[in-house]
Structures are given as structure tokens and as C-alpha cells.
Write a protein that binds this ligand. Structure first.
Ligand code: ADP
Ligand code: MG
Length: 694
């Protein structure tokens, strides 16, 4: 086995390869293109394309593709081979600059929410040179943005790049105003921790719900769940360890900085954390990570479940979005340092995040709204649907002190006086108490935990970047005008504490009391996608995105439609799957077992042996079967009726109110039947098997 350092990034057309293979001037132009986030200069496009092709062919590639991220949540690729026929019947392997820069996939079937009239259904893809090309499955993949011909974003990458530009612009003003004159650019950075479940492929194949929906729609709880906490960080089972090792290897070849792999709270649940990087690269890498999780799992006879709530009553899966900003000179805006209260950049950034999150709670909730994630948010082990910020006691005290006029340099002394330990650097809270917060300050970054495990990280970072950029605008104006910058920083902190402290909550975010308290504080509690999505269209939100060139109104309208459509389609498929499982498997299974019991009762009666147990079971199972039967018929007609709604919000609302409720009712009866039936009669592998037989 080769050393990791020898194969890390081996399938990436990265900086070293570029330097090696491009003429010096072309390399320099490409480098500055990447650094400035510009489009590739057409004068060097052919040179770059040629070098890329030669490199890819040497690595065995035969095809190339513009790799993009339509609004389906996953990546798309259409493969073209390099071959071009020659006059004499041979072929050449060709790839031009034009083909590198721009593609025209016939991608009319991707969701556009009405942005593309069908007569001009073709969108185009454009290379994002800031994300390196790579080889996967003998195919050269070129990371691209996907837009309509009139330039509207049809994908996840375009708005993300726009939002990065927006925040860079304002962050630069802030650092300049604070005296960092040598800074030329800033970047938001993200490290997304990815949770997932593994399940045995043979068992998976026996569950239509897992196959069609990625989650179980039925299943009684096993005697043992996660209550012993014996899985979290536990020893890896050999098969899982092998999976993780191979996954790491595959990701490393693609330059993905996979760093930590461990067991999560639920049985069969695991996590992969990469080392953080620039946001759009982190987003690309996270897509690759999810893709390879599925692929490598299959090669080990496993299936990787990325769904947010594959099992009821068991921890769901999220994606922790660790976010910060840093300068090209290596300064992290959120690194407090030894004397945080005197660190102006830290204070201003902290204040901006607090203000932005308080003002735009709706946007954070919207960014995580999917049918799958709704099942997880508000569950007993997941972040609630209420947005709040955890700062920890030390940091909260410090902010309050500054706001109360204590001079920053005296904050530590003040704290000693009242008997609290001197604040060293703000270490991440090691205890578990902040795990219940949806948005926590964790040492040198903010960790947003509401994102679902199956989602792209793009949307949430579009929101974070844009809303912080918007608050930065106001701060930059104040700081640029100020004669005493330090006093202005303190006054910003003071204003934020005065106006936005309601968003700070250091207590137990899962408790009942918090829901009540949050309501008193006037915080939003948008329980489902249907509650959250319409808020994206408010004039205020449209203005915010237009101000920063991130979305226009048409793009926002289309996104709302696409998300709601996705929501209803997901639940629609789930309902149909459940109906089929019930009618074809569950009802017949209950009937068959009841029949066995009936025969037993008859036989026992012949020999005059007590048959009261069997009789009781027959009664219970028959009653359950009857409920299941009639509720399923009801579900079927409710689906038909919801499908007739013309308005997408109305339809989505019906799905949430009627369909999900009926599905839950059916499940209750089916699960109770399962728990009194022999395994041999139940048509599906049990939760116990799915969760513990790995
Ligand atoms: P934890 O104990 O929660 O795993 P880590 O320090 O290991 O905390 O970080 C978790 C994630 O946060 C990792 O992906 C890490 O790379 C990322 N991270 C660390 N610093 C930053 C930063 N400045 N910006 C963005 N992400 C960061
Ligand atoms: Mg974490």
C-alpha cells in the first residue's frame, strides 16, 4: 500500500500539476483567475484544456464531463468522450478550450421552477476554475456552474459563488477599517461534518421503504436502542472499519481532506469530518463525499443511508456546518486569541453573526427545509426548529461587560473580581450542554447544526454569507467614519447586546421550557417546510438578496416552487410506498398469522386445552388489521385528493397536514402488530436486524 502522501490528490488537476504542465505565463494567468474568482481568459483556454486532456488521458480517462449541481440536491454529469473521427477513419482525442469553459448539456429535465420556458430549455454550464478538475470513473470532471441562457442560476454553485463575492466585498471593508492594510482578499471557510447510517445490503433489499424512500416507514423499536451510549465513539466493527479506510483512500485521491471518522450516537450511525476549506470547494467535496459513501458502501455489501431520519425513535443524521471567515494573510475573523475582548475583528464579527442570525432566523430555517429534515428537526434528539445561538457563559459575560461600558482590557480583571476564572482563549465548551444548540460558537468558528445530512451545504452558506455581508455593510460604514475605531467597536457590541440578545441562549435547547421562553422572546418557530418556505419571498428577503447580487426575484420564486415540489413529491412517493407495503405484505402477513392462530385455537379446542392466549392475539391482530386496512384506503384517497390541488403551497400543506398524519397512524397499528408477531411471519427485517447486524 502506497503512502498517503504519495497518492493524496493524485486524481486532481491541482496546483502542482498545473505548474508542471502549463507554460509559465498560462499558469500565472490561470492562478490569478482562480484567486480572483474570475472567468478563464479565452486566450489560454486551449492551452489549459490541452494540458488537462493530456494529463487525464495518461490517467486512463476516456471521457470528460461538466460536473454540476442542479437543484435536485445531487450532482449531475453528462459524459462526452474525447474522441473525434479523422478523415482517414481513425480517431483523435480532442478537448478544446471552448469545451472546457462552457458546456450545453441537454438538461431540460432538471428543475427550473419555471425559469426556463420549455422552448429554450437548454441551460449552459460554465467552469468554476476555483474548484479543481478531477478524474472519477475514467472521466475528467470539470466543476461547473449551471445557468439559464439569460443568466439565472439553475444550480447550487452559482448563488454560492455570488454570496462569497458579496461577503468578501464587505469583509474587506471591515478589515481595512480596522487597520489590516496588507489584506487583499477574504474567504469564508467551511468544514462540514457528515453523519450517515450503514445497513447490510441484503437486509436493505428486503425493505421497499428503504429502497424507494431512503427511510423506514414501518418498524417497531428493538429492545435496545442507543440508551447505553455504547456506540458513540465506540470501537469500529471490522466491516465498518474497512469501509471507512477505503472511503478515506478514495476521497484522498480526489484531494478531499477527510480527517476524522467515528461512530455516532445511534447504532450503525457514523460521521466523517473533513478539514475545513474554502466554502465552494467544501461544497464540491461534500457532494463527492456523499457520492463515495454510497459507492464504497456497496462494494462492501453495505448501503449508506444519507436520509435525515432513516429510523423512527433513533437519532437522525445531520450535517454540522462549521463556518468562519479568514483573510489571505491567514487571520481567522473568529479566532478570539489571548485577549478576546480587545480583539476588534473578533468582536465585530461576533456581533455581526449575532445580529444577522437574529434578523434572519427565517433564512436559516428555510435553508434546511426538506421533507426528510422536517422529521428530524424538533425530534427529541435533534436541534429544534427554533434558531438560537450558543455562546457559552464566558463569551456571553464578556459581551455583556463590554456592552455595560467595562473597558475591553478590564473585562478579565472584572471577572476575577467577581470570582469567575480568567477567560483564557475561548475553548470550545467540552461538556455536552451546547449540543442542543442549533448554532453554537465552538472556539474559532460557528457551528450550524440544523442542516440535514442529505442536503447540499450550498444553501445554508448562501444564507450565512449574505446575511453577515449585509450586517457588515452597516458596520463598515460606522467604522470607516469613526474617529475612534475602538470606541466604535464597543458601541457596535453595545448595540448588538441591546437589540439582539434575545437570540442568545445557552441552556437546554431541547427542553419544553425553551419553546415557551423562545415564544416569549418573539423568536420564530417554523416547524415545517411549509411554514418556512413562503417567507423566502417576502419583499425584505428579496431586497436583501438583490442588494448583494445573490438572487433576483425570479430566482427566488423558482426556488420556492422547486423546494415545495420536492417536498410533496417526496411525501407522495412515501405514501405510495407505504400503501403498497401494507396492501401487499403487511395485511397478508397479519392475515396469515391470524389464520395460524385460528387453526391452533380449533385444534386446541378439540383436545380441550386452554386457547385464551391465541384467542386474545387473534382479536388484537384482527382489530389492528382492520384499522390498517381502512386507514390505508383513506390514505389512498387523501393522496388522490391532494394531487388535485393546483397551487403548490396548498398541495404541500395538504401533504403535511393529511398525508403525513395518516401515514403515522397506519404505522402505529402496523408496529404494534409487528411487535406481537413471530419474525418468520413479518415480511421485513426488523429494526433490531437493520441497526445491529452490520
Ligand atoms: P469537533 O470537536 O466539533 O469535531 P473540530 O475542531 O474537530 O471540532 O472541528 C470540526 C470541524 O470544524 C472540522 O471540519 C474542522 O475542519 C472545522 N473547522 C475548524 N476550524 C474552522 C474554521 N476556521 N472555519 C471553518 N471550519 C473550521
Ligand atoms: Mg460537531
Amino acid at each position: 500500500m502506497a503512502k498517503v502522501s504519495e497518492f493524496f490528490g493524485i486524481n486532481v488537476f491541482g496546483d502542482l500539476v498545473m505548474k508542471e504542465r502549463l507554460p509559465k505565463d498560462a499558469y500565472e494567468i490561470l492562478k490569478s483567475t482562480i484567486k480572483e474568482g474570475k472567468c478563464l481568459d479565452s486566450s489560454i483556454a486551449n492551452t489549459v484544456a490541452d494540458a488537462m486532456k493530456e494529463w487525464a488521458i495518461e490517467k486512463g480517462a476516456t471521457h470528460y464531463t461538466h460536473w454540476f449541481q442542479p437543484l435536485t440536491g445531487i450532482t449531475a454529469e453528462k459524459h462526452d468522450s474525447f474522441i473525434t473521427p479523422t478523415d482517414d477513419g481513425h480517431i483523435l482525442m480532442e478537448f478544446s478550450g471552448k469545451e472546457l469553459i462552457k458546456g450545453e448539456p441537454d438538461a431540460s429535465s432538471f428543475p427550473s421552477g419555471g425559469l426556463r420556458a420549455t422552448f429554450e430549455a437548454r441551460g449552459y454550464t460554465a467552469w468554476d476554475p476555483s474548484s479543481y478538475a478531477f478524474i472519477k470513473d475514467k472521466t475528467l470532471c470539470i466543476p461547473t456552474a449551471f445557468c439559464s441562457y439569460s443568466g439565472e442560476a439553475l444550480d447550487q454553485k452559482t448563488p454560492l459563488l455570488r454570496s462569497m463575492e458579496a461577503i468578501n466585498k464587505q469583509a474587506l471593508r471591515i478589515v481595512k477599517a480596522l487597520g489590516y492594510t496588507d489584506v487583499n482578499s477574504t474567504n469564508t471557510t467551511v468544514g462540514p461534518e457528515q453523519e450517515y447510517f450503514l445497513v447490510d445490503k441484503e437486509l436493505y433489499d428486503k425493505r421497499p421503504d428503504l429502497i424507494f424512500c431512503g427511510r423506514t416507514l414501518l418498524g417497531a423499536m428493538p429492545p435496545k436502542g442507543q440508551e447505553m451510549d455504547d456506540h458513540y465513539f465506540g470501537v469500529l466493527k471490522p466491516r465498518v472499519a474497512e469501509f471507512m479506510r477505503e472511503l478515506d483512500n478514495e476521497l484522498w485521491k480526489l484531494g478531499v481532506l477527510a480527517k476524522t471518522e467515528h461512530n455516532e450516537a445511534a447504532p450503525a450511525q457514523h460521521e466523517l469530518a473533513p478539514i475545513f476549506t474554502t466554502t465552494n470547494i467544501a461544497a464540491d467535496h461534500n457532494q463527492l463525499t456523499m457520492e463515495f459513501m454510497k459507492k464504497v458502501a456497496l462494494s462492501k455489501g453495505l448501503v449508506c443511508l444519507l436520509h435525515e431520519k432513516p429510523y423512527d425513535g433513533v437519532n437522525g443524521s445531520g450535517k454540522h456546518n462549521n463556518w468562519s471567515i479568514s483573510t489571505d494573510t491567514g487571520i481567522n475573523f473568529l479566532k478570539a486569541g489571548k485577549n478576546p475582548s480587545a480583539n476588534k475583528l473578533f468582536l465585530v464579527t461576533l456581533a455581526a453573526v449575532i445580529e444577522a442570525v437574529d434578523k434572519h432566523q427565517d433564512l436559516l430555517r428555510i435553508a434546511v427545509a426538506t421533507a426528510g429534515n422536517d422529521l428530524r428537526l424538533g425530534g427529541n434528539e435533534a436541534p429544534p426548529a427554533i434558531i438560537s445561538i450558543f455562546l457559552g457563559e464566558d463569551l456571553t459575560d464578556m459581551l455583556n461587560a463590554v456592552a455595560n461600558g467595562v473597558h475591553p482590557d478590564d473585562v478579565n480583571r472584572e471577572k476575577m473580581k467577581i470570582g469567575i476564572d480568567v477567560i483564557p482563549e475561548f475553548k470550545k465548551d467540552n461538556s455536552d450542554r451546547n449540543r442542543t444548540s442549533p448554532f453554537a460558537f465552538t472556539g474559532n468558528k460557528f457551528e450550524f447544526r440544523m442542516l440535514g445530512s442529505a442536503s447540499s451545504i450550498s444553501d445554508i452558506n448562501v444564507m450565512l454569507n449574505t446575511m453577515v455581508a449585509d450586517v457588515f455593510v452597516g458596520y463598515a460604514e460606522r467604522l470607516e467614519k469613526a474617529t475612534d475605531v475602538e470606541a466604535e467597536v464597543n458601541s457596535i457590541v453595545k448595540d448588538v447586546v441591546a437589540n439582539h440578545k434575545r437570540i442568545i441562549f445557552n441552556g437546554d435547547g431541547y427542553s419544553r421550557e425553551w419553546e415557551e421562553e423562545a415564544e416569549k422572546r418573539g423568536l420564530l418557530n417554523l416547524r415545517s417546510t411549509v411554514d418556512a418556505l413562503p417567507l423566502l419571498k417576502t419583499n425584505e428577503n428579496v431586497a436583501l438578496f438583490e442588494r448583494h447580487g445573490v438572487f433576483n426575484r425570479a430566482e427566488i420564486d423558482s426556488r420556492v416552487d422547486i423546494i415545495l415540489e420536492n417536498y410533496t413529491k417526496t411525501i407522495h412517493i412515501e405514501a405510495l410506498t407505504l400503501i403498497e407495503m401494507i396492501n401487499r405484505d403487511v395485511i397478508p402477513a397479519i392475515t396469515a398469522y391470524t389464520n395460524l392462530l385460528c387453526e391452533t385455537v380449533n385444534n386446541k379446542n378439540l383436545i380441550r386445552v386452554d386457547s385464551s392466549v391465541e384467542y386474545e392475539l387473534i382479536k388484537r391482530l384482527s382489530a389492528a388489521n382492520k384499522e390498517i386496512f381502512s386507514l390505508t384506503a383513506e390514505l389512498k384517497s387523501a393522496v388522490a385528493s391532494s394531487e388535485r390541488s393546483k397551487d403548490i403551497l396548498e398541495k404541500a400543506t395538504e401533504y403535511r397536514n393529511n398525508i403525513l398524519t395518516l401515514m403515522a397512524d397506519i404505522r402505529k397499528y402496523a408496529d404494534s402488530a409487528e411487535s406481537v408477531m413471530p419474525k418468520s411471519y413479518w415480511p421485513y427485517p426488523t429494526y433490531g436486524d437493520l441497526l445491529f447486524k452490520i
